[in-house]
Design a protein. Structure first.
Length: 118
C-alpha cells in the first residue's frame, strides 16, 4: 500500500522560525522534502488535521523516473503519488507516508485521519 518514513527536524530559537502550529510552520518542518529536484512533496495547506502538538497534511509527491538510458535528469518523466505528512512539535519529528499508485483520495484521507505522531 505504501512506504512510511520518519525524520527529525531542527530546533530553532524563538523568532528564528514561524511559531509551532502556525500556518507557515510546516515549511520549516518539511524543508528537506519540499525542496528536492528529483523528488519533492507538495504539501497542502491548511493542515488536514491538527492536534495539541502537531498537524497532519495531505500531499502530492512528484518524482522523476530515470529511464536508465543516460538521458539527463532534466528530460526524465515525472510521476505523482498521494502522500501524507505529520509532525509533533514537542518531539521535533515527522513521518511521511508515500502511498502506492492507485490509492484513491478517500483512502488517503482515512489514513491521514488515523495518523498520530507521539
Amino acid at each position: 500500500m505504501g512506504v512510511i518514513g520518519a525524520n527529525n527536524y531542527p530546533y530553532y530559537a524563538e523568532g528564528e522560525a514561524p511559531e509551532p502550529l502556525s500556518d507557515n510552520y510546516y515549511q520549516v518542518v518539511y524543508a528537506s522534502i519540499r525542496l528536492g529536484s528529483l523528488c519533492y512533496w507538495d504539501i497542502a495547506s491548511p493542515a488536514f488535521k491538527r492536534t495539541e502538538h502537531g498537524e497532519t497534511a495531505l500531499a502530492t509527491i512528484e518524482y522523476a523516473v530515470d529511464p536508465g538510458d543516460n538521458t539527463p535528469a532534466a528530460g526524465w518523466e515525472h510521476k505523482q503519488l498521494r502522500g501524507i505528512v505529520s509532525y509533533n512539535d514537542k518531539l521535533h519529528v515527522y513521518v511521511t507516508v508515500s502511498l502506492s499508485e492507485g490509492v484513491d483520495e478517500e483512502t488517503q484521507k482515512s489514513i491521514a485521519e488515523s495518523l498520530t505522531v507521539g
